[in-house]
Design a protein around this ligand. Structure first.
Ligand code: PGA
Length: 249
């Protein structure tokens, strides 16, 4: 059985003190989850939050990592540094990174490789923009994203990757994909994994949905057979909402 998961993505929100307060609240509320729970925090929070959550079932993720191993890259944070904080996951390829920081398939392939090399599990994001959905090109877009950055992996490495389908038109907009749209795309993604790695790997691949997933619509989205959980932005910033979403999984 594949892992069910609810992951929060704090993005560029919360000072260190606010982040510690939120993680402390979550630690109390999320003592016995039925699924894997992950929170992705800004880099500067990682060591403190990972230490705070070390006896909790909640895992910690970075939201990004550098596309180089080490050296003269001022301002960057390497996968090895992320892992040294106690974080065990790293979001790669979020649409905001692709869009605002011009992260292309090659950069994201390198970041994925560096995560795996440093024992971090990538939460790899894919998804189409509004114009692509309107032109009915969503399938070819996610296929190209997978082929460009993760389908070069060995089977053993691919098994460590969590996929997150996040239609860009649904992120932070309040426009959620319908449960039917999510299921259709997740089934398509799983079929691509099957064609590449075989049925056993496809059956074991965790595929999250992200994009305006909240305390109200989570249960309906998670009820679909190919939707294994969610990657939650805005609603992960409030302990109560995030806990409701976790309990819906
Ligand atoms: P949202 O963000 O839940 O605020 O739409 C999701 C994400 O970007 O991961």
């Amino acid at each position: 059985m594949r892992t069910k998961m609810v992951a929060g993505n704090w993005k560029m929100n919360k000072t260190l003190q606010e982040g510690v307060a939120l993680a402390t609240e979550l630690k109390e509320k999320v003592a016995n989850p039925r699924c894997e729970v992950v929170i992705a925090t800004p880099f500067i929070h990682l060591a403190t939050v990972a230490e705070l959550l070390k006896d909790s079932p909640i895992r910690v993720a970075a939201e990004n990592c550098a596309d180089h191993e080490s050296g003269a890259y001022t301002g960057e944070v390497s996968a090895a540094m992320v892992a040294s904080t106690g974080a065990t996951y790293c979001i790669i390829g979020h649409s905001e990174r692709r869009q605002y920081y011009a992260e292309n398939y090659d950069i994201l392939r390198t970041k994925t490789d560096l995560c795996l090399k440093n024992n971090l599990r990538p939460i790899f994001c894919i998804g189409e923009v509004k114009e692509e959905r309107e032109a009915n090109r969503q399938n070819e877009v996610v296929k190209a994203q997978l082929e460009g950055s993760v389908f070069h992996l060995s089977e053993a490495d691919f098994r460590r990757v969590v996929l997150a389908y996040e239609p860009v038109w649904a992120i932070g907009t309040g426009l959620t994909a319908t449960p039917e749209q999510a299921q259709e795309m997740h089934a398509f993604i799983r079929s691509l994994v099957e064609a590449k790695y075989g049925k056993a790997v496809a059956d074991d691949t965790t595929i999250l949905y992200g994009g305006s997933c909240n305390a109200k619509n989570a249960a309906e989205l998670f009820a679909n057979p190919d939707v294994d959980g969610g990657l939650i932005g805005g609603a992960s910033l409030k302990a109560e909402d995030f806990t409701t979403i976790i309990n819906a999984r």
